[in-house]
Each structure stands twice: as structure tokens, then as C-alpha cells.
Design a protein around this ligand. Structure first.
Ligand code: GTP
Ligand code: SPV
Ligand code: MN
Length: 595
């Protein structure tokens, strides 16, 4: 196939990759519906995709049981020196890593097609957008990229002859010998998986996995790890944040950007349907936020993606009706269960479980089975435009001005429902120390408390100490225009282990408090950890929460926080002289307030 571009750097890179990977053929993606349909037909015929009778143009995929989530242990930030990657990243020497990976890439696409996917992160032509080119041997990746990013010839037109792009090389790492039948989800064993980033060269090499952030390279690899490194150099921000617009009954708009770790509630909050009368919410993005300082000195945010790669389990009409409405057609489902009438199902779906289903491993399942029907990290890939609460401004090239930053995590104890930072520096401290229990979004143990600063631990493409400093530098530039900073925890549990807060749509009550704090209309109580609403400060009309539960939710127990200080000190210590002095000062101030 002739290259539909006259960009010499692009044609040369594709040629080099083809020489190394030795595919049977090369296909330049045009991003058309016809291309998507043809690839899906091919995957249905080959047994990789199952068409769903109940959802038009929707398909179910079952991954290999070893390839179900991001692999942080196999993810590398490969900078010339280890200190540039910092203590929170896996580092590998670029020369050595490339040598090892070239060994794997050599001939890895034999028997397969090399797809070239030109894509834009951000509305095509937006001053905040970036162009990437993904090379992959996975038609599943191509179809997902069609939904998650803007793909096609229009990207090549913007790129032009001289334009710059971020090369993203991906292979599932499973050459197909002649005459051998393919398996439904080819991939390489875990020890051969490499998700590698070379931030100094804006280069991504991913080998061995076909799943999510390991393989859809526009998402975590480009839009967070590489983009965070570029953003620091260029003076903007790339964050693991949802973006949402809230309009109060008077018509005043607030734009909120919130960073929670993976599988800790971004998609749900992004599509919130407020339970309090008169408040309206619109979704702008559910996972990634790029921000530049606008002409008025405020941060302006865009969602670089064009789809949702959302956690399926727990999604229902009760928890997230807007997501359910988005999933009616044109969806890729991965690792969900299949019902006998040709629909998908997962734990936490509306209504009763089906009497019989086929689980995510393709095995017979019934409610009596001891195992989950859907994998806990089962996902849907859905076009953002299908979301009933998507904002009419979600593709505005200049973005939306942010009023409020929210950090948070999943903590069964200690952290109250919400608190506000005393200052920008205190807010950066809250972001830098945020802790959360690990989830199924990464392969590894689930439920362990870890520090996940700014929800960026797995996604920061450089030394996290320098990233903290970048937040201070940006705050200094925002000055009086800096967004206010809050910290939330929807996941606090009673000693008996039940959720204390109803969550989901009811989180609008917490958002209302934040907006009214910005307007100076509502009070708060000073505590050692920050400003916490008093019972009367939260609008709880129509909600019946036992008052002892509410007291528990709003309790910032100094004893519990004091007990965490040694862990915070150890957390900061790992950054050595890269830790901004302003964070050290914040920790000392906290210790003093705790008494
Ligand atoms: P990534 O896509 O991995 O970045 O995840 P995310 O941050 O978008 O998480 P998501 O919104 O998909 O939520 C993950 C899980 O948390 C789901 O099982 C949700 O049902 C659950 N969840 C989300 N919001 C709430 C809440 O307010 N309360 C409770 N109890 N659970 C919630
Ligand atoms: C996350 O893990 O934060 C995700 C899913 O959003 S993935 O794209 O697989 O990284
Ligand atoms: Mn995410």
C-alpha cells in the first residue's frame, strides 16, 4: 500500500519498523467506518470478536487471561540517567532497553498486517492537540483507536510535509507461522512484555500486550507519560483527571478537574447526574486533561481523547445512567460476560444476574459459580459523542477554564468525605501525598494502600519530585487565578465494612459545597488537615444518613493522621534533593497543627 503522506520522517519511520518487524503487509488507516467494519468482520470470522445481538454494531472480546490490565512492573521510563526517571518509575538504560526490545521486535509481525494509525490527541488542529502515529499488528487496537482518538487522513493533512509527530510502535508480540491458526487474543508472556517510554526522544515502544493502556498508545503512554514530560518542558500540564462542567441554579458555570487513581471514580464523577435540584452537570472528559494557561491567566483544559475506556463492573442505571445510555450501540466490550440472549453482563449490572452466562474466560457461568462472570477490569470502549451528558463544548479547541481541582483516592478509613486546602501550596501537598488502595486496573495485588501522588504514580514520565515542583511553578504563574483545591474520599467505610456515603449522584452535594466555597457563600471548620464542612454546610436535603455515620464521614481524626506521618516522611524522603522545600514546609506545618 502506498503511503498517503509526503512527510519524509513518517515514511522513513514506517519503513524502518516494517524492516524490523517483517509484517506480511502494511495498511495505512484512514479512520473510516468502512475500515472499522471490515476489521470487525475479519475479527468475527477469525473468532476474536463476538457480535452482540442486543446491541447494534457492538462486539465482545475476551483477552488472554494473562493480559487483562496495565502492567506497571513492565512499564519503563527510559531516560539517559536513572535520576531523571525518579524513584517512582521503573528505569532502564535506553541503549540496553532498545537492544533487548529490538531482539523481540525482529520478525514479530510475521504472518500479520502492520497497521499505521495516524491519530490526533485533542480536537484536530487545536493549539493544545498533538499528533501521534501508532504502528500496531492488532486490528483490535486499530478499532479501539478509532473510538478513543481522532484517526485518519485529516490527521495526515494537518501533519503535512514537515509536521512533528510522536512515534508509537506497538506489537502484540506473537508472530503467526505460516499455516498456523491464530488464537483469539495473541500476546506475549508477562516477562516479555515491555511498555517503554523514551521521553527525551518523544518515543514509545510497546511489546507483548494487547490490553488497554499497554496497547492503545495514545492514552497513558502518549497523553500522560510522554505528554507530562513535554508539558514540563513547555510550561503546561498533562494530568490524569476528568473534566466536568457544573452549572448552579443561577446559571453560573464551574469547571472541575479531578484526579483519582485508576478505578477510583473518574468516569462516574465525569458523568454525574446531580441529585440536588437545579444543578446541571456536563461531561467534558473522563480520564485525561491537558491544560495550558489562557490569555486571561487561567488554566484552560481539553480532553485529548474522543472516547471512554471505562471500567464495566459496577456500571449500572443506578450508579451511572449516562454511561449506560452511552453503551447502546457501536461499543467494544472487553472481558465482560455474555448472556444467552446476546447481551453483555457484569457484576453490579442492573437487575438480577442472568440464570446462565458465559464468563470472561469463555466458560459456563451461573449465579451459583464462585467466580466473577466479568473480569474486575473488564472495560467498554465507547464514543464520547454518544454520551447523553457530553458537553456541547467538549471539543472546543481552546478548552474550558478550570475553577476547581479535586484530588482523592480510595480509603476505607482515615480520610474524611471532603476537605479543602488552606492554600495552593497546601493543595499541592494534598496531591503529592494522596493515598489509595490498589485496584484491578493494574496487574498485581488489590486493596493495598499506596501513595499515588496526583493519581500519576503510574503515569508520570519524569522524576516525580520535579513534577511536584512543576505544580508549584504553574501555581506561581496562575497567581490569584489559581483554581481552589479540594480532596475527597467517596470510599470511607464503617467499622462493619459498609460504605458510609451513598456516592455517585449524591456526590453532587460535595461538589455544591466546593462551588459555594469558591463563591464565599458557605462555611467550613478548620482542622489540622484542612477545611472540613460542618454538618450544616453540606446540603443533605432529602438524604437520610444516620447522624453517627455523617459524623464519621466528616471526622478528621488527628490521631489517625498522626499515625500516618512516618509514612509521609518516608514517602517524601525517597525524592531526596528533588523534593521541593515547599512540600517539606507543608509537612512540618501539618505535624505542628496535629500537635
Ligand atoms: P480508570 O478508567 O481506571 O482511570 O478508572 P476511573 O477513575 O474512571 O473509575 P470509575 O469511575 O470507572 O470507577 C471505578 C469503580 O469505582 C467502579 O466499580 C465504580 O462503581 C466505583 N465507584 C465510582 N464512584 C463511586 C462512588 O461515588 N462511591 C462508590 N462506593 N463507588 C464508586
Ligand atoms: C487506568 O488504568 O487508569 C485506565 C485504564 O484508565 S488503561 O487505559 O488501561 O490505563
Ligand atoms: Mn485512568
Amino acid at each position: 500500500m502506498k503511503a498517503p503522506t509526503d512527510n519524509p520522517r513518517l515514511t522513513q519511520w514506517v519503513q524502518e519498523c516494517a524492516q524490523m518487524c517483517e509484517p506480511d503487509r502494511i495498511h495505512w488507516c484512514d479512520g473510516s467506518a468502512a475500515e472499522y467494519d471490515a476489521l470487525m468482520r475479519q475479527m468475527v470470522a477469525g473468532g476474536a470478536a463476538i457480535p452482540l445481538a442486543k446491541r447494534p454494531n457492538s462486539f465482545l472480546f475476551r483477552s488472554d487471561p494473562s493480559d487483562v490490565a496495565r502492567v506497571e512492573d513492565r512499564t519503563f521510563i527510559s531516560t539517559p540517567s536513572r535520576v531523571e526517571a525518579g524513584p517512582t518509575n521503573n528505569w532502564a538504560d535506553p541503549g540496553e532497553l532498545k537492544r533487548t526490545m529490538r531482539g523481540y521486535f525482529q520478525g514479530c509481525m510475521r504472518g500479520r498486517t502492520l497497521y499505521v494509525i495516524p491519530f490526533s490527541m485533542g480536537p484536530i488542529g487545536s493549539p493544545l492537540a498533538k499528533i501521534g502515529i501508532e504502528i500496531t499488528d492488532s486490528p483490535y487496537v486499530v478499532c479501539n483507536m478509532h473510538i478513543m482518538t481522532r484517526v485518519g487522513h485529516k490527521v495526515l493533512r494537518v501533519l503535512g510535509k514537515e509536521g512533528d509527530f510522536i512515534p508509537c510502535l506497538h506489537s502484540i508480540g506473537a508472530p503467526l507461522p505460516k499455516g498456523q491458526k491464530d488464537v483469539p487474543w495473541p500476546c506475549a508472556p508477562i516477562e516479555q512484555k515491555y511498555i517503554s517510554h523514551f521521553p527525551d526522544e518523544n518515543l514509545i515502544w510497546s511489546y507483548g500486550s494487547g490490553y488497554g493502556g499497554n496497547a492503545l498508545l495514545g492514552k497513558k503512554c502518549l497523553a500522560l507519560r510522554i505528554a507530562s514530560a513535554i508539558a514540563r518542558r513547555e510550561g503546561w500540564m498533562a494530568e490524569h483527571m476528568l473534566i466536568l462542567r457544573l452549572t448552579n441554579p443561577k446559571g453560573r458555570r464551574f469547571h472541575i478537574a479531578a484526579a483519582f487513581p485508576s478505578a477510583c471514580g473518574k468516569t462516574n464523577l465525569a458523568m454525574i447526574q446531580p441529585t440536588i435540584p437545579g444543578w446541571k452537570a456536563e461531561c467534558i472528559g473522563d480520564d485525561i486533561c491537558w491544560m495550558k494557561i489562557g490569555p486571561d491567566g487561567r488554566p484552560y483544559a481539553i480532553n485529548p481523547e474522543s472516547g471512554f475506556f471505562g471500567v464495566a463492573p459496577g456500571t449500572s442505571h443506578a450508579s451511572n445512567p449516562a454511561a449506560m445510555e452511552s453503551l447502546k450501540e457501536n461499543i467494544i466490550f472487553t472481558n465482560c460476560a455474555l448472556t444467552d440472549d446476546g447481551d453483555i453482563w457484569w457484576e453490579g449490572f442492573d437487575g438480577l444476574p442472568p440464570a446462565h452466562a458465559v464468563d470472561w474466560k469463555g466458560k459456563e457461568w451461573s449465579p451459583a459459580s464462585k467466580r466473577d462472570a466479568a473480569h474486575p477490569n473488564a472495560r467498554f470502549t465507547a464514543p464520547a459523542a454518544q454520551c447523553p451528558v457530553i458537553s456541547p463544548d467538549w471539543e472546543k479547541p481552546e478548552g474550558v477554564p478550570i475553577d476547581i481541582f479535586v484530588f482523592g483516592g480510595r480509603r476505607g478509613s482515615v480520610e474524611p468525605l471532603v476537605h479543602e486546602a488552606y492554600s495552593w501550596d497546601h493543595g499541592v501537598f494534598l496531591g503529592s501525598t494522596s493515598g489509595s488502595e490498589t485496584t484491578a486496573a493494574n496487574i498485581g495485588a488489590v486493596g493495598n494502600l499506596r501513595r499515588d501522588p496526583f493519581a500519576m504514580k503510574p503515569f508520570c514520565g519524569y522524576n516525580m519530585g520535579d513534577y511536584f515542583q512543576h505544580w508549584f511553578d504553574m501555581g506561581d504563574r496562575f497567581g490569584a487565578k489559581a483554581p481552589r483545591i479540594f480532596y475527597v474520599n467517596w470510599f470511607r467505610k464503617s467499622p462493619e465494612g459498609k460504605w458510609l456515603w451513598p456516592g455517585y449522584g449524591e456526590n453532587s452535594r460535595v461538589l455544591k459545597w466546593m462551588c459555594e466555597r469558591v463563591e464565599g457563600k458557605v462555611g467550613a471548620r478548620e482542622t489540622p488537615i484542612g477545611l472540613v464542612p460542618r454538618e450544616g454546610d453540606l446540603d443533605l436535603t432529602g438524604l437520610s444518613i444516620p447522624s453517627q455515620d455523617l459524623a464519621h464521614l466528616l471526622n478528621a481524626d488527628p490521631v489517625a493522621f498522626k499515625a500516618e506521618v512516618p509514612d509521609l516522611e518516608a514517602h517524601f524522603k525517597q525524592f531526596g534533593d528533588r523534593l521541593p522545600a515547599r512540600l517539606d514546609a507543608q509537612l512540618k506545618a501539618l505535624v505542628k497543627r496535629l500537635g
